[in-house]
Design a protein around this ligand. Structure first.
Ligand code: S2G
Ligand code: ZN
Length: 442
């Protein structure tokens, strides 16, 4: 890759070794920055010969420690894989390098009135390869699906350097096992994604965003029901609470959105070919207050109350971050029992909750107890599981939750996952100890 693309200076390498939440860090042996698939293949062959562990890393915006090296591991940064190939306007698809950020892709597509219908707060850092490797979700997922729904093909490099390239973008290709799809959501443990072919959606020109004030999450579900029924332009419906709003206003120096406080807030995003604002009138009489914006600047200002939650929490300390999902109808029960259990375990803890109402995805952030004290984490994950939910809705398992995977997956499923890992990475060099728990010594 060239000497200047092999970073051994500890200070520079450190910038690749701390995750956003401040919870994971390490001292990598070195950071290597290949420029394309061929160099990724050569790097992996070298690492396999040297039997050193390799941590594939995109924008490093993950929340579960899946891209953060531990001491002595090699960071393989995909950031330089920046190629954007010509748009295929007949298939409405595009192939991009793993290192292209979500924001750069959307900017590139805007003049064509096209977009990838996946969006989240880390859009300026997150890379397309990393988003495929973690099956990224975000606010649009409940309407458009997660990253998996938009990947039309992958080029991947296996742990021994062999390359599989499946980028023709065929929707129908039932020729044996869909091997490359197994890498979506595999968090860099089965292979390294170097190019991604994506299916795109048309950008709907007219937008409207509403910030709605509600007395409780039960009323928020009533808004969701109405939205499903009467707002065909609905694209996103996220929620946050008064405590998080107050913290965001203080941290970002924002004015309170309404004259008085409310317990729950919804941010509703609509897109259509004609102005969708009047569809929002269905909420009159169901909400305590509302703000509606149609121009970009005003819409972004409303979204900042929600998008600022994560950065604000990280500024308050090292949070216990639990990205869970429960069946939407059980949200009131989940949130109610959550407050009781956290207060029982850590009475002084601060609980900041926000998320994606449409798919029951709740980002539970607990500040106060030291991260080593996982009693609150276990309580949240057990509660979500008990309600038929997920212990990781969109952030993956990484290092953070590998110990709890047995809460969510049976021994049969874990055994099959181990068999897959052994088949793809028999030497166990790719992201070792991520996702899969240690084998039971017994
Ligand atoms: C969000 C970002 C990370 C987090 O804001 O929707 O997915 O847990 C999150 O706050
Ligand atoms: Zn989220």
């Amino acid at each position: 890759v060239g000497a200047d693309q092999v970073v051994t200076d500890a200070a520079v390498a450190a910038s690749f070794a701390h995750d956003l939440t401040g919870r994971f860090s390490g001292r990598p042996l070195l950071v290597v920055r290949p420029a394309h698939t061929g160099e990724v293949s050569a790097v992996l062959r070298s690492c396999a010969r040297a039997a050193v562990a390799v941590i594939p890393q995109g924008g490093h915006s993950g929340m579960a420690g899946g891209g953060t090296p531990r001491d002595g591991e090699v960071v393989l940064s995909l950031r330089r894989l920046q190629g954007i190939e010509p748009l295929d306007q007949t298939a409405q698809q595009i192939t991009v390098g793993a290192g292209v950020t979500l924001e750069a892709l959307q900017e590139h597509l805007r003049p064509f009135a096209l977009a990838l219908p996946v969006d989240h707060g880390a859009r300026s850092a997150a890379t397309i390869g990393g988003m495929a490797a973690t099956n990224a979700g975000g606010a649009l997922a409940f309407r458009h699906g997660m990253m998996r729904a938009h990947v039309r093909g992958l080029e991947v490099v296996l742990a021994d350097g062999r390359v599989i390239s499946r980028l023709s973008g065929l929707l129908k290709d039932n020729s044996g096992y869909d091997l490359t799809s197994l890498l979506i959501g595999s968090e860099g443990t089965l292979g390294v994604i170097t190019r991604v072919r994506l299916g795109l959606e048309r950008l709907l020109p007219r937008r409207a965003t509403a910030l709605l004030a509600l007395p409780d999450i039960g009323q928020a579900l009533e808004v969701l029901r109405l939205a499903h029924e009467s707002v065909p332009s609905l694209q996103a419906i996220d929620f946050f609470e008064l405590r998080g709003l107050r913290r965001v206003c203080a941290h970002l120096n924002l004015p309170a959105p309404f004259r008085r406080d409310h317990e729950v807030y919804l941010i509703v995003d609509c897109a259509a070919r004609s102005d969708p604002s009047e569809e929002l009138e269905v909420f009159v009489g169901v909400v305590e207050d509302a703000l509606v914006a149609t121009d970009l600047a005003s819409r972004r200002r409303l979204w900042l109350y929600r998008d600022g939650q994560n950065e604000t929490v990280n500024a308050l300390g090292v949070p216990h971050k639990l990205d869970v999902a429960v069946p939407v109808s059980l949200l009131p029960r989940f949130l109610g029992e959550l407050r009781v259990r956290v207060a029982e375990i850590a009475p002084a803890a601060e609980l900041i909750v926000y998320g994606h109402l449409g798919d029951g995805n709740v980002h539970v952030n607990i500040l106060g107890p030291p991260v080593e004290d996982v009693r609150v984490d276990v309580a949240v994950l057990e509660l979500a599981t008990a309600l038929g939910g997920s212990i990781s809705a969109e952030h993956g398992i990484g290092l953070a939750k590998r110990g709890w995977l047995p809460l969510a997956r049976t021994e049969t499923e874990l055994a099959l996952m181990r068999a897959l890992k052994d088949a793809f990475d028999p030497a166990g060099l790719l992201n070792p100890d991520r996702i899969l728990p240690d084998l039971d010594p017994g």
